[in-house]
Design a binder for this molecule. Structure first.
Ligand code: GZL
Length: 349
């Protein structure tokens, strides 16, 4: 009875879910591009067995609620996760939901994964708040939650671990790099990430705290969200340039994609990106390396999106009842224009 009820509930919730559900099954195409379509997915909107774990085939059952496709970084992360699942279809039963950047879709997906009785739920929380209720449902169902690449503002007992970067450290490093480029003085603008996202909140905090503490002659004259997208980053930079023009000596973007948009705006305003207006951003995607090679960008603070292997290894540990660290921290570097022509040869996202 319980199994049937769960299958029906899972089917209903999947039908209601606005997000796209996919499962892995095809032979994997190696993720050589940021395009998630290169990843091995097939449309498999219903669970192949929504039954209890006791009746399942012993596979690791994982549901992942992804944010969407707002940036090249996000696409690289999706490709890494889907590629790993596609390489391990014999041992992993994987359900993927693309929430189209809406928290309510992520919440619906989590509820569906609970109804499917998965072993572990993975989530990249689009924003930090609003998760307590659905995380409590997962906890009550005995299903651990793994936070990937963004934090959620919940009590520690509501998630198993966070796999991701130290965004405050990234912001601090970005401030030090900006100061080096400016000779410790000048007016700059800031392109912020998605409002409420932990990556945006902490990259802002790390950057601004370091600026206030160490670089009093650098002034942030404007700061606005570009929602982590290239298009919005360009639009916001256009408005900054209309207001402040050549007074702007530097732009700090919470991700590379927004700065790539800003570079277009800087050129259209008749200024030289990388010299008239220096750039510092986070992620380390291929496009920013190309811009640095072209002399149009200056620094990127790497943020590793290739989290597929560590994500599934962590899920397996949780299924096997093994202890996991509360924060599985990504190791990452800082890349500058002067070595970009060499560095780009070994970049994989
Ligand atoms: C960082 C991640 C951020 C990236 C952006 O872990 O959450 O979201 O920096 C992406 O490119 O949109």
């Amino acid at each position: 009875m319980k199994t049937t009820r769960r299958i029906v509930a899972a089917m209903l919730s999947v039908l209601m879910l606005g997000a796209a559900f996919t499962g892995c099954g095809n032979e994997p195409a190696a993720p050589t591009t940021n395009d998630p379509s290169s990843a091995p997915v097939e449309n498999n909107p219903t669970p192949d067995n929504g039954g209890d774990k006791e009746t399942d085939d012993g596979k690791l059952k994982v549901g992942f609620a992804q944010i969407g496709q707002e940036s090249g970084w996000r696409d690289a992360e999706t490709a890494s996760i889907q590629f790993y699942a596609g390489q391990n279809v014999d041992t992993i039963d994987f359900k993927f939901a693309d929430a189209q950047a809406k928290q309510e879709n992520q919440i619906k997906a989590i509820k569906s994964f609970i109804d499917m009785d998965v072993d572990v739920i993975g989530l990249a929380p689009v924003v930090e708040t609003g998760w307590d209720a659905v995380f409590t449902e997962a906890k009550d169902a005995g299903i651990p939650i793994v936070l990937v690449d963004r934090m959620a503002d919940v009590p520690e007992d509501l998630y198993a671990t966070f796999i991701g970067s130290d965004f405050i450290e990234e912001g601090k490093n970005a401030a030090d790099e900006m100061a080096k480029l400016l000779g410790n003085k000048g007016k700059i603008v800031q392109l912020e990430g998605t409002v409420g996202a932990s990556a945006a909140n902490d990259r802002k905090k790390g950057f601004e705290d370091q600026m206030a503490a160490e670089y009093p002659d650098i002034e942030i004259i404007a700061s606005q969200t570009g929602d982590f997208t290239r298009a919005k980053g360009k639009e916001v930079m256009e408005s900054f340039l209309k207001t402040y023009g050549a007074d702007i000596k530097g732009v700090y973007g919470h991700n590379d994609d927004m700065v790539l948009g800003a570079i277009e705006a800087i050129k259209e305003a008749g200024l030289k990106p990388g010299t008239d207006v220096v750039t510092v951003s986070c992620d380390g995607v291929k496009g920013i390396f190309e811009a640095m090679v072209a002399g149009e960008a200056n620094v990127t603070v790497e943020c590793n999106p290739l989290l597929g292997p560590i994500f599934f290894e962590t899920c397996q540990k949780l299924k096997d009842g093994e202890a996991v660290e509360k924060w599985v921290k990504s190791e990452e570097g800082i890349y500058r224009q002067d070595t970009a022509a060499e560095d780009i040869k070994t970049r994989v996202y």
